[in-house]
Design a protein around this ligand. Structure first.
Ligand SMILES: [Zn+2]
Length: 388
């Protein structure tokens, strides 16, 4: 159905273009009409390959028909027929005597085709030619270059191009992205145990976006790896003020650094209570509960979880509460609790844990770069009954 509609649109667009082209050259190209109908026949007899070729051959490239060619090219690309879109755009460049701005636009479209087709070298070559221009095409080509370098994980190149874009109206989003490019570099250095380059990259990451909680998560890991436990705790506790939705991600490292560094349990509890006041997260509740258990025992822990669940019910919290009671019961009551537990587990088993607040993408794990809308730092844990 969708294909049929798209082809009808092509027919309409080509028809208009053909009429315009015919009006201009009706004396010199008397065969345009029959060729157009031949193209239409191919289209209706579901031979779109031949139809596209015929239309391109028939429809001259000039100021009147350029929009039709461009519409056809972009339609084909949107349908995923990238090879045909490339042919349409290359045909314009080969045959048209057009204004410089129009040529720039067609080259930009061709670069988009190459990007979609995964021909990254060809796309880069074209975009680097367009980037020094003094018009809006330059900015569009820089934005496409960023997309290309992100795909190639060429973070230094992505930084260099994004810095040119960061001065524009949408500069904040480029600064946020640059901060994440430095985080990517820091993460790679950290994995290779190159501590100084990792520290340096993290300093640059914070410089571009002080609110990027990922910088603190990575710095916490770095300090932990170096055995500098109080520094790790300090770095991780910055997340509460940067972006508290990421506090749940920091808890395993925070607890490790606090315990190994001999931090006072009260200080950690105080921090977690402050986080909880900002963000009602079950991970924070369970971490606090475990700390309460160490100090005051099982009953105090169960009471704390139950109190929180009254205000912010979550299935994960309920499961934990069942676990606490299951050991102290026996017989039918124990069996019933076990059934209830497996029921609660099944309810959340296939539910996504993370969501992008930019495009709504759901996933099981945390992506810093949204795989759908390509935004940076827009995915975090889902809060509520079935989530955090
Ligand atoms: Zn997204």
């Amino acid at each position: 159905m969708e294909n049929g509609l798209l082809y009808l649109l092509v027919v309409a667009a080509i028809g208009c273009g053909w009429w315009l082209g015919r009006r201009e050259r009706k004396d010199s190209r008397p065969t345009s009409g029959p060729q157009y109908y031949a193209g239409l026949n191919y289209l209706l007899s579901e031979e779109p390959d031949r139809a596209v070729t015929r239309f391109i051959e028939d429809l001259g490239v000039n100021q009147d028909t350029i929009e039709t060619h461009l519409a056809l090219g972009s339609l084909l690309r949107r349908r995923g027929e990238v090879e045909k879109a490339v042919i349409v755009h290359q045909n314009i460049l080969a045959h048209g005597t057009l204004e410089d701005a129009v040529i720039g636009n067609v080259q930009l479209e061709l670069a988009r085709d190459y990007l979609l087709a995964g021909l990254l070298d060809r796309a880069e070559e074209l975009l680097l030619i367009l980037a020094p221009r003094q018009d809006k095409i330059a900015r569009q080509s820089l934005a496409l270059l960023v997309e290309l370098y992100e795909r190639e994980k060429e973070w230094y190149k992505a930084i260099a191009v994004s810095e040119k874009l960061a001065s524009g109206d949408d500069g904040a989003s480029y600064d946020r992205a640059i901060s994440h490019y430095y985080c990517e570099l820091a993460q790679a250095s950290l994995a290779a145990r190159q501590i100084e380059p990792a520290r340096e990259a993290l300093r640059d990451a914070i410089g571009h976006d002080a609110k990027n909680a990922r910088t603190s998560l990575l710095l916490g890991k770095l300090e932990l790896q170096q055995g500098r436990f109080p520094e790790a705790v300090k770095a991780l506790q910055r997340i509460k003020d940067q972006n508290p939705v990421y506090v749940p991600e920091s808890l395993p490292d925070l607890i490790k650094a606090s315990e190994q560094g001999g931090a006072a349990a009260e200080q950690v509890q105080q921090y977690l209570r402050a986080c909880l006041a900002q963000t009602p997260s079950i991970s924070i509740v369970l971490t606090l509960a475990s700390s309460i258990r160490q100090a005051s025992g099982d009953e105090a822990m169960a009471k704390f979880i139950a109190n929180h669940l009254k205000r912010n019910p979550t299935i994960r919290g309920l499961t934990q509460l069942i676990d606490l009671h299951i050991d102290n019961t026996s017989g039918v009551a124990k069996q019933n609790l076990a059934i209830l537990r497996s029921f609660a587990e099944a309810l959340v088993a296939d539910k996504p844990a993370y969501r992008c607040h930019e495009c709504g993408f759901d996933g099981k794990k945390l992506h810093w770069h949204c795989p759908v809308c390509k935004s940076w730092g827009t995915i975090h844990a889902i809060f509520g009954l079935e989530g955090e």
